[in-house]
Design a protein around this ligand. Sequence first.
Ligand code: ADP
Length: 420
Amino acid sequence: MGESLRGSGGAGGLVLVLNSGSSSVKFALLAPASGERILAGIAEKVGTPEAELQIRRYPDPVVTEQLPEGSYQAVISRILGHLPDAGLETAADGASGHLIGAGHRVVHGGERFTASVLVDDEVIAAIRSSSHLAPLHNPANLAGIEAVRAVRPGLPQVAVFDTAFHQTMPRAAFRYAVPEPWYTRYGVRRYGFHGTSYRFVTARTAELLGRPLTELRLVAAHLGNGCSVAAVRDGASVDTTMGLTPLEGLVMGTRSGDVDPGVFGYLAERARLTIDELNDALYTASGLWGMSGVSNDMRTVEAAAAEGNERARLALEVFVHRLAKAISGMVVGLERLDALVFTGGIGENSALIRGQVLARLGFLGLTEDAEANTRDGRDTRGRISLDGPVVAMVVPTDEELMIARDTARLAAFVNPSRSP
Ligand code: ADP
């Protein structure tokens, strides 16, 4: 694998990318220069004696292993234990297969983190102090960081925040019209998420268009299980639909997106719902799932709608209406639109959703190229619109690769001898 793993941008070696959740750890070992995956997998039921690791060493099939010890540390040790098996540590040139760092997805960086950072004691303390903003996610992300520290002390680690990219938003976009102390004391403001994906796809869009990112006005829609839209002006985020939490904005798989905040008081009184019940309903029983009653998965909802299921059709109508409305709203922060970019599982694969959204956005100068759209822009350098003032594109995201690249770049500061 030697040559293909070595990068041009100071990125020789391999990076372990980790996304540690409350009971799962997703991981990939990849070459930041080429994006080549060496290992990938997921550990589930972490923290219990039933913990199980599914790991794939390319091109071999997936192997399942039981991990009775179950802790984050046991999971990380086992993953790292696969490295020598792969022959990576003994690569002939001693560098190309070397593990140069671990990159962690961290959900919430608050106002403190505006870019990815090398992890040290102070960074760990700061992530911990942002945990009230993401009580389910940040502690799990930290558990991953601490497990790597325990198993491989000295390995450079990098934290990559979902929120960091949006810290360039102007206050008109990030402040809510609520009492001042809610912001100054409790940090209630719009932070935005999916930042790592937006960084990746906007850079890739500039490459595909052959124009500098610093001269482009883009709206990007990341449509996966969570969905958001962002306005990116000259490479910087100026607005986005997600807010203090990833609940605000678009209709999602199981999340409601925007609702009238008056719903809380109304249902607390009328239905005697508690805060936990209201939160739970808006996060897990709403969105495509809540409306269609069929599924949270767009493919299944599309199939049911095609068979005439009325609730599934309604779910699609609301999804598309809200998405088109959000996209046009984002243009306000740009003053001019050069390209509309679709990414994430739905954005990359659903010609139906993209076609219906473009049909609503003719007034922005967008017209669907039906054939290119059906082919997900594969033969047209991403383009799915006809010639016009604005281009619509499909640009597949790769958050793991973005995390790996940040990690390689920052790890080179710790051990400069490893960088060419
Ligand atoms: P996550 O946010 O968990 O990373 P993904 O980005 O993989 O999720 O997106 C998952 C969503 O993408 C699901 O709603 C799934 O139905 C949808 N999706 C994937 N392939 C298609 C397809 N061919 N057509 C429509 N939707 C699709």
